[in-house]
Ligand binder design. Structure first.
Ligand code: ZN
Length: 148
């Protein structure tokens, strides 16, 4: 009796957690230099959160590439300007920079790519942002990332 009750309790707990948290998000970038979202919320239950970036435009990566970089909001301006010196070969992000929490390399029109964000790198209630590292896109292609 006791064991059976425990099993049912464990099963319903697992079921409710799986239902409560959607640990993925798709964001689009277009030829008008816009993201489809200004804010992404990662539910507190997610240990990993998958972001997929879909470039819905037609322009090539070299002229209208879009990427996705997650950093602390306090590092946003510094990281994006440091990226300008890193060049296209590095997706305009300084290689190995500790300020990068997660990133998706540049994609061109019709392409997509994903990244899994390890949420153990995020503090609940911390102030995070995402942005596109392509030169000149930072001014408009950025948003808030909220965890918890
Ligand atoms: Zn872009």
């Amino acid at each position: 009796m006791f064991l059976k009750a425990m099993t049912i309790a464990a099963m319903s707990l697992a079921g409710s957690v799986a239902m409560a948290a959607d640990c993925s998000f798709t964001i689009e970038g277009n030829d008008q230099m816009q993201y489809s979202a200004k804010e992404i919320t990662i539910p507190a239950e997610c240990t990993a959160f998958e972001v997929t970036l879909v470039h819905t435009g037609k322009l090539p990566k070299a002229t209208m590439g879009h990427g996705f970089v997650v950093t602390k909001t306090s590092d946003l301006a510094g990281l994006s300007s440091a990226g300008l010196a890193a060049g296209a070969a590095n997706n305009h992000v300084p290689p190995g920079d500790a300020r990068v929490i997660a990133m998706i390399p540049l994609v061109g029109g019709g392409e997509k790519a994903s990244v899994k964000i390890d949420t153990s790198k995020l503090e609940k209630g911390g102030d995070y942002s995402f942005y596109c590292p392509f030169p000149g896109h930072f001014a408009v292609m950025k948003g808030k990332l909220i965890f918890g």
